[in-house]
Design a protein around this ligand. Structure first.
Ligand code: ZN
Length: 278
């Protein structure tokens, strides 16, 4: 029997709007409902951004608190991962929700280009975010947009700035950053295994690369991410009706490759995140 595959659902992100797809959850109530459906379909990590009243990305800790509380109540056992990404805020505001002590938070450890700008992650901010995650016992998910980010994460784990074992997300298909290239993907896996043998990895593809990266990550023994943040379509001609529909597609790929889909208990055990009881 092969290892269980953890499916992460990135429910909202910073960019998708109702104009792109009516089913993208924007309000907290919509986010909780959409996550619940995705959880029932097999997702066990919810990667979360929040939006303000106009639907624009924000790092507002109060909104994150309401979302986290709703998810913990309605999706019991699911791992809640809050984004510290740079599209929602600037500087230390990006980590203002970490005192909420979510199960996980995303962490970028280096800079790169995005479609229309530089994604800035200066060393002092990265170190501060990492130290806050240590302080509040939040497991980081390292967002690797580039090979150097994988190497940097292993350095930070070695010198104690990050608590291991590492959980690294390979992100491919962002315009002006790393494309979905299978030989580079294989080299990512090889490099992570060489530098951090106890690490676990996941992968996400943007737009039409989502299904491709789901296939590669599931076939090659990793975990996988889907959801509206990365892609709003089932295929070129059809919008995805829900986050759950994208999760179901990932579940089918797991079945094809004989990978059991991780239950929330298995996901927590694989990542070393006990269920916190309030
Ligand atoms: Zn995100």
């Amino acid at each position: 029997m092969s290892d269980p595959c953890i499916i992460c659902v990135a429910i909202t992100g910073s960019l998708p709007t109702k104009e792109n797809n009516q089913a993208v959850p924007i309000t907290i109530a919509e986010q909780i409902e959409s996550t619940h459906e995705a959880f029932e379909a097999g997702a066990t990590i919810a990667h979360c951004h929040v939006r303000d009243d106009e639907g624009k990305p924000t790092s507002d800790p109060e909104r994150f608190a309401r979302l986290k509380e709703g998810l913990e109540k309605h999706c019991k056992g699911m791992i809640v991962q809050l984004s510290t990404g740079g599209r929602s805020g600037a500087g230390q505001a990006r980590g203002g929700m970490l005192p909420l002590a979510p199960d996980m938070a995303s962490l970028s450890v280096g800079s790169n280009n995005f479609p229309t700008r530089v994604y800035e992650n200066p060393p002092d901010l990265v170190d501060w975010l990492a130290s806050e995650m240590l302080k509040y016992n939040v497991k980081p998910e390292i967002e690797a947009f580039d090979l150097s980010h994988i190497v940097q994460a292993t350095r930070m784990a070695k010198d104690g700035r990050l608590k291991g074992p590492l959980y690294v997300q390979f992100v491919m298909g962002v315009k002006n950053a790393m494309p979905a290239d299978e030989r580079i993907f294989d080299f990512y896996i090889e490099t992570l295994k060489r530098l951090a043998p106890d690490a676990q990895w996941c992968a996400a593809g943007i737009g039409p690369n989502q299904i491709l990266i789901n296939e590669w990550s599931i076939a090659k023994g990793g975990h996988t991410r889907t959801g509206f943040e990365d892609n709003v379509r089932l295929d070129r001609d059809h919008l995805a009706p829900s986050n759950a529909a994208l999760v179901k597609r990932a579940v089918e790929i797991c079945q094809k490759h004989n990978r059991p889909v991780a239950s929330w208990q298995q996901a927590r055990s694989i990542l070393g995140i006990p269920l916190r009881t309030a």
